[in-house]
Ligand binder design. Structure first.
Ligand code: GDP
Ligand code: MN
Length: 377
């Protein structure tokens, strides 16, 4: 899970890393009030879980609280790379003399952490690495040893960072350890004209496997998802991804769902989502899945494609029938059952004889039917 900048800032502050004074605001009015408390002149920063906010117009200086209100109004609601801005952070501006880049990231291939540091911070580090690779230092960190005084000095020297960054380099490592982070990044880490070292922007990625002990940002799965439908599905434990087409797709097993998406596309339609009900196709899972898909206004038909294995088709059919009691079906449902107990499953659905449910025995045929129904609306 990625954290917002203001959350990363909080962790940095707690870890003893100097950061500018700041507050968050969800409305322009709150932004004005926050700016008043912060001394008037502020930087207004969009809080979205993506980089390049500066370039996108999501980081702006405001001269006084009235300007902060106007700027916040402009930034709130802005779309930055598909992320809607719902919160801004107001920060005391600093006079920058130099901008650096520092991060610690898990290097899975090497089985260690990696310090990445550069005296050319502020911009996109991938860009610096591509054009001037010699300007980016990469130093492996043995996880058990961490960033000692000597290691911090080595990183600073390798990246030509001032010696004053050494305590920050050490503190940043402690943040990574304490927060179970896979990534901590400061870009830019700045030296102000008065010589202070300050973390102006931060990114922290918490290891999802550690969420049970990092409850602070919510153990709730929904925190990981920006799309409200994806969040609702995640809350129900469903493996759901929203796509931009009109045919809702439910299947059991990621492989089958992915090939179903392909077959739907092959029929000239576009899948509206990816929903894998996995092994447990209980009535509850079916009802939850159908509810999520049917609340997507783009969906015009739904295709359920199940290959019975350990989960037999009649169990899936029972699940669908029970789900139909609690879900008001508003779109046609095409069901294809094959594999273990397929005949029994089909019989269950035939008996229910819901006017909006139809069965097709082949995957191609079912996808074609769902595509036709979606096109017919
Ligand atoms: P990003 O574009 O999403 O990485 O957002 P940043 O928080 O890194 O801001 C982008 C750039 O805005 C930074 O590299 C700085 O150059 C500038 N910036 C951010 N905060 C301040 C500030 O307090 N004072 C000044 N002078 N510039 C700032
Ligand atoms: Mn940045």
């Amino acid at each position: 899970m990625d954290l917002f900048e203001h959350q990363a800032r909080e962790l940095f502050a707690e870890g003893g890393i100097p950061v500018p004074d700041a507050e968050t605001a969800d409305t322009a009015r709150q932004a004005r009030e926050a700016a008043e408390r912060l001394g008037g002149r502020v930087v207004v920063k969009a809080q979205v879980k993506t980089g390049g906010r500066g370039k996108a117009g999501g980081v702006k200086l405001a001269a006084d609280p009235a300007a902060a209100e106007v700027t916040a109004r402009r930034i709130l609601g802005m779309d930055i790379k598909g992320h809607t801005v719902r919160t801004v952070m107001l920060a005391q501006p600093v006079d920058i003399e130099a901008e650096f880049y520092v991060s610690y990231v898990l290097d899975r291939a090497a089985g260690t952490f990696l310090a990445i540091a550069s005296a050319e911070g502020g911009m996109d580090i991938e860009e610096v690495a591509a054009t001037r690779p010699e300007a980016v230092a990469r130093i492996p960190i043995a996880p058990a040893e961490g960033v000692t005084e000597a290691k911090a000095a080595e990183i600073a020297a390798a990246a030509s960072l001032p010696a004053a960054t050494v305590p920050v380099l050490r503190a940043l490592w402690q943040v990574l350890v304490r927060e179970d982070a896979l990534l901590v990044e400061v870009n830019p880490l700045v030296r102000t004209v008065s010589g202070d070292i300050l973390a102006l922007d931060g990114k922290v990625t918490v290891d999802d496997n550690a969420r049970y002990r990092q409850a602070r940002w919510g153990t709730d799965e929904t925190a990981r998802h920006d799309d409200p439908l994806e969040a609702a599905a995640a809350a129900k434990g469903l493996n759901y991804v929203k796509l931009d087409g009109t045919v809702g797709v439910i299947g059991n097993g990621a492989g089958l769902v992915m090939s179903t998406l392909d077959v739907v596309a092959g029929c000239g339609a576009r899948p509206a989502n990816f929903l894998d009900i996995g092994g447990g196709a209980s009535a509850q899972v079916m009802a939850d899945g159908l509810n999520v898909i049917l609340s997507d206004p783009e969906v015009r038909s739904v295709l359920v494609n199940v290959f019975g294995g350990i989960t037999a088709c009649d169990a899936v059919a029972d699940g669908i029938v029970q789900a139909l009691d609690s879900v008001t079906l508003t779109k046609p449902l095409v069901v294809r059952l094959d594999g273990n107990n397929a005949a029994r499953g089909r019989a269950v659905l035939d008996e229910r004889a819901h006017p909006l449910v139809q069965q097709v025995t082949t995957m191609d045929g079912a996808a074609r039917r769902a595509a036709e129904l979606a096109a017919a609306v």
